[in-house]
Write a protein that binds this ligand. Sequence first.
Ligand code: ADP
Length: 482
Amino acid sequence: MQVLFAASECAPFVKTGGLADVIGALPKALASQGIEVRVLLPAYAALRPLLAAGRELARPVLRPGGGVRLVAAQAEGLALILLDAPALFERRGTPYLGSDGRDWPDNHLRFAALAAAAAALAQGAAGDWRPEILHAHDWQAALAPAYLHFAGGRDVGTVTTIHNIAFQGVFPATRIAELGLPRSEYRMQGYEYHGAVSFLKAGLVWSDRITTVSPTYARELMTPEFGLGLEGVLSERRGRLVGILNGVDLETWDPTHDPALARTYTARNSARRHANRTAVEARFGIATEEGAPLFCVISRLTRQKGLDLLLEALPRLLDRGAALAVLGSGDRDLEEGFEAAAATHPGRVGVRIGYDEPLSHLLQGGADCILVPSRFEPCGLTQLYGLRYGCLPLVARTGGLADSVIDANTAALASGVATGFQFAPVTAQALGDAIERACDAFSETDVWHRMMRRAMRHPVGWEDSAAAYARLYRELAAARTR
Ligand code: ADP
């Protein structure tokens, strides 16, 4: 079966967040399910070398987008289709922002062109290759199912995935004509959103299926607290909405072979982690008291991630003799908050402001417990890496965090299934309580080691989730041919 992904990011070529990891990894996992995925990506400046080695598939005239080239390229085990439109994509900066840190003023046209290209491919623009399913990811691609619908292309199944509803692609209604959208659908049941155009909403309205990246987030999205104004559409379409948990790349994240670790280890000889703990302590200039755990944070420092609550709960962590290593960057007030905590508690709180991939691996391999107190978390990856590395996750009970960690409550401990700690509500008080529970569990070495071994064996790869996507595609394709 042939599936077209349309997305604005794909690891390792272009990445600003978790979306890229999913687009880079899921096609490979789907291949073993008999699904052939081609990934449509804008040919950003960084992707020009791939264009040169590629094969031209078509030269469609898109609306919007104008005359473009679609070029097939093979790289890093992925089959790509590059949207070659230099006027839109060949620029310095990130996929979304110019070097002044502001959104590109024509982002609506850039990503509408991506969606139009996807719709054209679904209608056979590439001649001999045509997908049975068009799968759009996040707002940047979400107009694709809408364009296909308006063009009458009903024989291709469509799916839109919400990776984070906080990003919706909302633009002024004055753009409607440029976007080539029918004005008659500018209404509450269509793509209108509070007097503006919402790309994501269009995807939700005109896709055959909607997915998001965890079952709990799928439920949360239907509530005003998490749906950010789209809870109504999603509730109406609840029969078509499904949550499928993301996986992790088991080769990149493998404690038995990870070159970023001071010492590699397995679930059976996890005592070897000690060398990594020592390395973390040295890098961060910190140490714990005897019998106390080393906590870590690896995160964007934003309100979503709830790290202001950790600053509030910090005295309770320190009172137990524990230490904290923080790696992250983001909001200035949070960066300053952690830097101030490190200055006030030298030797117990260490902070690195910045993005450091190898250090993030070392932290997972050396810290005892990773803290993820997010206010919302569609899926979350760091808790999955924590499981795989035996760095037990302590998480807020929300979204994918709730779905991937089994809380060490009395029943779970008794039946031997606990893999970490959950807390709710997402308050400093509840976070502090959970930190104390983790400290208690850590002081019982046997309990902790059993949990660590269990966590490390918890399946966090893509296999189950890829099977779930494959089932969804097959159902949709079967429904078309009936
Ligand atoms: P989000 O996509 O909301 O930022 P996720 O948990 O889904 O959160 O993914 C974050 C990814 O970025 C993880 O792979 C995490 O290890 C990585 N990461 C976040 N901050 C840093 C950092 N400062 N240094 C290295 N890796 C980081």
